[in-house]
Design a protein around this ligand. Structure first.
Ligand code: SF4
Length: 343
C-alpha cells in the first residue's frame, strides 16, 4: 500500500491539511469507542443513545480523540461528544431555541441582539458536535449564507453606523476556507464604521492544524482589529500543540479569550476550573466567560445549578488572581446583554 505524506495529499487534492483532517473526522460511535478501548456497555449505550446519535450525529476529529484517556468512560472530553440516551428524555421548560434567536434575525444569516455588534451565521458546519450546543436545533438551512444573503447582511451592517463590531459565528466560521473568509472580510472593510472582527471558534482547539500560514495571512492583512474567542471547557483540551498554535496567533497580534460552559460531570469542580484557567493563561489565552448552560432540549443532563456555580466561582476567587477568574454569566432571551452572575 502506498501511503501519502500530508504534504503529498495536500498537493494532490489542492486542499489544506486541516481541510483533509476535517473531512476525515470520526462519525461512528463504534469507531470512537474502539479507538478508546471501550465497550458500548461501559458508556451505557442503549437504543435511546442510538436515537440521540441519529438526531444529532457524532462528529469529532481524531486530534481531539488523541487527548482523551483510553479506557475511561468518564473522560471529560469524551463526555462532551458522546451521544447518550438522556438527550432524548422530555425536559419541560427546555426549548429548541432557548435564546429566542429567531426574532433577532432581521435578515437571513445575521443576528442583532446587542447594541454595537452583530453576529453573522457564516455556516452551520462544525468540526466537532458538542452535545450541549445551544444551537443543536438551529435551522441552519434557513440561515445558509449564500452570496445574496451576504449582500442583505452587509447592507444591514452598512446602514447602521452604531455597529462597530462584527462577530463571525456559526456553526464554526473557521470551518470555511480562508478564501471565503477573506472575501467576506474585504467587504466588511469597505464599511467605514466597522472596526473589529470577532471570531467565535472551537476549531483550532479540536483541529490544531487549522492555524496555518493562510489563516495567519488572512488575520494579519485586514484593517479590522481581530479578536478570537475560543471555546475550551476542560484543561485536558490544552496540550503542547495547543500552546504552539496559540503562540503563533499571539505573535500575529491576535488577542485570545476563552468562553466555557459549566457542564455537570465535566468541569463542575473548583479543581477543574482552576486547572482550566491556569492552563489557558500559560498558553496565552485569557479566561473570559463561564456560561450557565442554555436550556436547550437534549442537554438538561449537563446542567449545573446556578447556586452551585456561584459558590464554585466564589471559591475559585479565593484561589486565583482576579484576572484568572472568568465571569459567570447567563444569557436571557431578549435581554440587551448577558446577565453577570459573579464575581
Ligand atoms: S463548536 Fe460551538 S457551535 Fe459547534 S457544536 Fe460545539 S458548541 Fe456548537
Amino acid at each position: 500500500m502506498i501511503t501519502r505524506t500530508p504534504k503529498e495529499a495536500t498537493v494532490e487534492t489542492g486542499r489544506a491539511l486541516w481541510q483533509l483532517e476535517l473531512g476525515s473526522g470520526i462519525r461512528g460511535v463504534g469507531e470512537l469507542l474502539q479507538r478508546l478501548d471501550l465497550r458500548p456497555e461501559q458508556v451505557g449505550w442503549t437504543d435511546e443513545s442510538v436515537a440521540a446519535a441519529d438526531y444529532f450525529p457524532l462528529r469529532v476529529p481524531t486530534s481531539f480523540i488523541d487527548r482523551m484517556r483510553p479506557g475511561d468512560p468518564a473522560d471529560p472530553l469524551l463526555l462532551q461528544v458522546l451521544p447518550v440516551g438522556d438527550e432524548m428524555l422530555p425536559t419541560p421548560g427546555w426549548s429548541l431555541d432557548p435564546l429566542a434567536e429567531a426574532p433577532a434575525s432581521p435578515v437571513p444569516g445575521l443576528l442583532h441582539k446587542y447594541c454595537g455588534r452583530v453576529l453573522l451565521i457564516t455556516t452551520g458546519a462544525c468540526a466537532v458536535h458538542c452535545r450541549y450546543c445551544f444551537r443543536r436545533h438551529f435551522p441552519y438551512a434557513e440561515h445558509r449564507v449564500s452570496d445574496p444573503d451576504f449582500d442583505a447582511a452587509l447592507d444591514y451592517v452598512a446602514a447602521d453606523p452604531t455597529i462597530r463590531e462584527v462577530i463571525l459565528s456559526g456553526g464554526d466560521p473557521l470551518s470555511l476556507p480562508d478564501t471565503k473568509l477573506a472575501r467576506l472580510t474585504k467587504r466588511l472593510e469597505g464599511i467605514a464604521h466597522v472596526e473589529r472582527l470577532r471570531i467565535h471558534t472551537r476549531l483550532p482547539v479540536v483541529l490544531p492544524t487549522r492555524v496555518d500560514e493562510a489563516l495567519l495571512t488572512w488575520l494579519t492583512s485586514t484593517r479590522l482589529r481581530p479578536v478570537i474567542v475560543l471555546h475550551v471547557n476542560h484543561g485536558n483540551e490544552i496540550d503542547a500543540e495547543f500552546a504552539a498554535w496559540s503562540r503563533r496567533l499571539l505573535s500575529a497580534g491576535v488577542p485570545l479569550l476563552n468562553q466555557a460552559v459549566f457542564l455537570r460531570g465535566i468541569n463542575d469542580s473548583v479543581e477543574a476550573q482552576r486547572d482550566l484557567s491556569e492552563r489557558l493563561f500559560s498558553t496565552h489565552v485569557m479566561p473570559y466567560y463561564l456560561h450557565i448552560l442554555d436550556r436547550v432540549e437534549g442537554a438538561a443532563h449537563f446542567a449545573v445549578e446556578e447556586e452551585t456555580a456561584r459558590g464554585l466561582i466564589r471559591s475559585l476567587s479565593q484561589q486565583l488572581p482576579g484576572y484568572l477568574v472568568p465571569r459567570l454569566v447567563r444569557e436571557d432571551a431578549g435581554a440587551l446583554a448577558k446577565t453577570l452572575i459573579c464575581p
